[in-house]
Design a binder for this molecule. Structure first.
Ligand SMILES: *[C@@H]1O[C@H](CO)[C@@H](O)[C@H](O)[C@H]1NC(C)=O
Ligand SMILES: *[C@@H]1O[C@H](CO)[C@@H](O)[C@H](O)[C@H]1NC(C)=O
Ligand SMILES: *[C@@H]1O[C@H](CO)[C@@H](O)[C@H](O)[C@H]1NC(C)=O
Ligand SMILES: *[C@@H]1O[C@H](CO)[C@@H](O)[C@H](O)[C@H]1NC(C)=O
Length: 405
């Protein structure tokens, strides 16, 4: 029962943040641009005027970053309602890569193999589905039902290179024919495949166990991180990390959620476990002393947390603005608990390899004491990033809106 409500809460939380994004009318899909779908295959039967067999491989879908959400319904607490998102892309969305085609379009034979570029011009996409609860091993999972992906382009541009073994006259004519009859051909083609791919994308976000798939924010880009430990600490160092990316968060699994209900004043907390390593990779500049050893260097670093539990908690405080109640975060706390920590600072001591290797060895052998000394700074620096992300979700709209239909 507890697990069940946790899962609903979690789905609610994910939906609330998505909804917040959608309501802001600008989902930033740049992480999905380009998208790299698996093989796409369309096999149209002889009862269709477009009787072809086409396989696209190594394709990219380019252009989704210009998507603007125009309408959202559903995504409330009730997962069984119909959910839909409509978005419009200004400009083209192109499927670009390799193709193999054979068959007939109307009475014309078509055959070829090479590069293709299919472009939907100013398309509108609607993603529609309803959720259904499915019980597995006593837990409730959300499954997508009645998934549909209607696509309405203003027009469509086909470009198949190397049709008919490179016969230019035949190939140019066929492309011309396809473009002149784009609408009829498109209507025949969409009866089939693209749904499958979008369904797989959504599946990662909405279905599953209690794993949140953070692959879209993996790597995460961290701003400059400055850790400055005072001289009263045995680890008296000054580290500045720049151009860093955080890798490995896509394996995150939520193990506990409390709060996040209608009562904003309750304590909200999330516990996330990340199996494997979470690595912070980038440039560092370091100087100071570790115990009695001087340390100094500048170069690339790889700081890896192993099998880590992250916990976040905060209280909600009502913040009234223009007669509406928003949630502000108070007493935000971020805890990091790794099973171990691996330091790799390249080019310590101006590249003196013996000194550098020894220092890395020393840091790793004493990781626990060093990490504990640095923990407060680390939690403060990273907590600030996480707090900002969560805070932004809730400052966009009055709190009650997250639970409205
Ligand atoms: C989208 O996010 C990327 C980084 O992920 C950023 O560079 C870009 O400016 C953002 N675009 C918009 C329109 O906010
Ligand atoms: C694909 O075709 C569209 C429309 O003709 C064009 O704007 C776009 O640049 C092409 N993309 C590539 C990668 O060739
Ligand atoms: C997360 O989603 C990506 C695609 O977006 C997929 O390749 C990966 O396997 C998923 N990871 C998990 C743990 O489900
Ligand atoms: C960073 O260090 C971890 C732990 O040693 C290692 O598994 C990972 O491959 C390293 N990453 C890179 C890019 O070197």
């Amino acid at each position: 029962m507890l697990a069940l409500s946790l899962k609903y809460l979690l789905i609610g939380l994910v939906c609330a943040s998505l909804k917040a994004e959608f309501r802001a009318n600008s989902i930033n899909l740049s992480q999905l641009d380009p998208l790299t779908p698996n093989k796409i295959r369309i096999s149209q039967g002889t009862d269709s005027p477009v009787n072809i067999n086409i396989v696209w491989t190594n394709n990219k879908i380019i252009g989704l970053s210009n998507a603007v959400v125009t309408k959202v319904t559903g995504f409330g607490e009730d997962l069984t309602k119909k959910h839909s998102i409509a978005f419009k892309v200004h400009g083209g969305v192109s499927l670009v890569g390799d193709y193999i085609v054979s068959g007939k379009i109307l009475i014309l034979p078509i055959q070829g193999e090479g590069k293709s570029n299919l472009t939907l011009v100013d398309p509108t996409f609607r993603i529609e589905f309803s959720g259904a609860a499915e019980e597995k091993n006593g837990d409730i999972y959300m499954k997508l039902r009645n998934f549909r992906l209607p696509i309405e382009p203003k027009s469509m541009i086909y470009k198949f290179d190397n049709l008919f073994n490179g016969d230019k006259a035949l190939g140019d004519n066929m492309n011309k024919f396809l473009n002149e009859n784009w609408k009829e051909i498109f209507n025949e083609l969409v009866k089939f495949s693209p749904n499958i791919h979008m369904r797989n994308i959504l599946r990662n976000d909405y279905i599953g166990d209690n794993s949140i798939n953070l692959s879209q924010v993996d790597p995460l880009i961290a701003n400059k991180i400055h850790i400055n430990q005072g001289s009263d600490s045995p680890v008296n160092i000054n580290v500045v990390l720049t151009n860093n990316k955080i890798y490995g968060t896509s394996n995150a699994v939520v193990t506990k959620v409390t709060g996040f209900g209608k009562d904003l004043a309750k304590k909200h907390s999330i516990t996330i476990r990340v199996p494997g390593g979470v690595s912070l990779l980038g440039d560092y500049v370091l100087s100071g002393k570790v115990l009695i050893l001087p340390i100094q260097g500048e170069g690339k670093s790889n700081l890896t947390l192993v099998n880590t539990v992250f916990s976040i908690d905060f209280a909600g405080v009502a913040d009234e603005k223009d007669g509406e109640v928003y949630m502000k975060l108070k007493n935000f706390r971020f805890h990091v608990d790794p099973q171990s920590f691996i330091f790799q600072f390249d080019n310590l001591f101006n590249g003196d390899k013996a000194l550098g290797d020894n220092m890395n060895k020393f840091l790793n052998e004493n990781w626990k004491e060093i990490f504990n000394e640095l923990r407060a700074s680390i939690e403060k620096e990273f907590g600030a990033v996480v707090e900002k992300v969560i805070g932004q979700v809730y400052t966009k709209y009055p709190y009650a809106k997250y639970f409205n239909e």
